[in-house]
Design a protein around this ligand. Structure first.
Ligand SMILES: Nc1nc2c(ncn2[C@@H]2O[C@H](COP(=O)(O)OP(=O)(O)OP(=O)(O)O)[C@@H](O)[C@H]2O)c(=O)[nH]1
Ligand SMILES: [Mg+2]
Length: 430
């Protein structure tokens, strides 16, 4: 029996892809062809568009996704366009995917799989690779049965009598075991990383977040000379890269760049990239980057807001950066964006325009912004405890041996004052 516990190959590289979707009334974004985004995703996955079609419907058909007539039309159009793969811009149930496959007699890939494919080819580090594999296997688990029936239909191998239920069960068990072992490996990496973060000093930290391709990595490079990978295409960055921004007068802060967001980011991916996004959640300030030159900047900002809410990060202090100002956005666009996203800084990571103002703002935040810290000192040190309670927002105090460990949010200057009291105190980033 073939080992089916490896993630299935979904590569769209050099494939001719026929794009299609059911477009419901609530999904239509004004002014945008509904399939433009999936077109960019397919492009990022290395595929080529062979053609496209949509069906307007109140909702997708529950078992066949498209209406029956449209399904035949999609199959014919894809065949006429000599497409290798049908790409459906939606999250299909195993049953729907099976129905489209049967009608089109070929490879069918849904939106989740396209994004997984991009992540798979862009994962560079060990952690990112494990995260993508985990997301893939979790996506596949409920679809195993479909895959087997599919193989059967294709003729199987020598002497196949079709895998029975028991084979599917065995495969499920193997998949689950593999998922468990991936999770353990990732937990270990996360724990190690957590220890590293703890030993870092209590520097003020900011994280760049935003729609994919907005220019987050370019900004990190512009601000810190980091040398982060920049590429025109979706999901170039899948890891968190943290660099120190020095203001030149001794003050500094940490800035992290991380994976970009998109509308309807697949849930398995969000869950698998939990550790990577967790870093962002622990920062003191979010730098939300928008591509001001994108005609869909506002819709993209909505998608980013929704993802931040989903990740429980919408409560963090935030400033908006309207990037790509050099591309001369349509008249009034910058103003409209700045009205909706405030406070906002129009900048260009490419030319450096506006970066001075942004730096001044960040310098101020690093000085006055509250940072989360964990401090440890002798529990008998009542003076320090009282001052801490007065100057900081104390979240938690835990007593351990003869020490007290306090988690709190505090401004840098106040932390310095408390540090200077006699008696000694250890400071960690919370
Ligand atoms: N004209 C112009 N192009 C920019 C600017 N900033 C970034 N770009 C371009 O936009 C593209 C995406 O830039 P990245 O920095 O990789 O974007 P990102 O947000 O990190 O993207 P992901 O990591 O894929 O989510 C690249 O082609 C950059 O050269 C800018 O200020 N002006
Ligand atoms: Mg990037």
């Amino acid at each position: 029996m073939p080992d089916r516990t490896h993630a299935k190959e979904i590569s769209l590289h050099r494939e001719r892809c026929f794009l299609c979707a059911v477009v419901t009334p609530e999904r239509t974004v004004v002014g945008e062809d509904p399939l433009d985004e999936i077109g960019r995703l397919v492009d990022a996955a290395g595929g080529e568009e062979a053609g496209r079609t949509i069906q307007r419907r109140d909702r997708p058909a529950s078992s066949t996704y498209f209406g029956r007539g449209k399904l035949a039309e999609v199959a014919a159009a894809a065949k006429a366009a000599a497409a290798d793969t049908i790409v459906v811009d939606d999250d299909l149930s195993p049953k729907q995917l099976g129905a489209v496959e049967t009608a089109c007699r070929g490879k069918v890939i849904d939106r989740n799989e396209v994004i997984l494919d991009i992540f798979q080819s862009n994962a560079r580090t060990h952690q990112a690779k494990l995260q993508v594999e985990l997301a893939q296997l979790q996506y596949e688990l409920p679809r195993l049965a479909r895959k087997w029936t599919h193989l059967e239909r294709l003729g199987g191998g020598i002497g196949t009598r079709g895998p029975g239920e028991s084979q599917i069960e065995t495969d499920r068990r193997l998949l689950r075991r593999k998922i468990g072992s991936l999770r353990r490996d990732l937990d270990e990496i996360e724990a190690r990383r957590e220890r590293e973060v703890m030993t870092r000093d209590a520097a003020f930290s900011a994280c760049l977040v935003g729609y994919t391709n907005a220019g987050k990595s370019s900004l990190l490079n512009r601000l810190t000379g980091a040398g982060a990978l920049v590429r025109d295409g979706l999901f170039a960055t899948l890891d968190t890269l943290t660099r120190r921004l020095e203001f030149g007068d001794g003050a500094d802060m940490l800035i992290s760049d991380t994976v970009g967001f998109i509308r309807r980011l697949p849930h398995h991916l969000v869950a698998s990239f939990h550790a990577t996004l967790e870093e962002a959640a622990r920062s003191n300030l979010l730098l939300q980057v928008a591509d001001a030159a994108s005609p869909f900047a506002l819709a993209e900002a909505d998608a980013v807001d929704a993802t931040l809410r989903e990740l429980g990060m919408d409560g963090l202090p935030r400033i908006h950066i309207l990037n790509k100002a050099d591309l001369a956005p349509a008249p009034g666009r910058l103003e409209a964006l700045a009205n909706r996203l405030s406070p906002a800084f129009p900048v260009s990571a490419l030319t450096g325009e506006g970066i001075g103002g942004l730096l001044a703002c960040l310098r101020g935040k690093a000085e006055t912004g509250m940072r989360a810290v964990r401090v440890r000192f002798a529990s008998g040190d009542g003076r320090r405890f009282a001052l801490l309670n007065r100057l900081a927002r104390v979240e938690k105090s835990v007593y351990e041996d003869s020490d007290v460990i306090v988690t709190a949010r505090i401004e840098a200057a106040d932390l310095e004052r408390i540090k200077r009291l006699p008696g000694g105190m250890a400071v960690e980033k919370a």
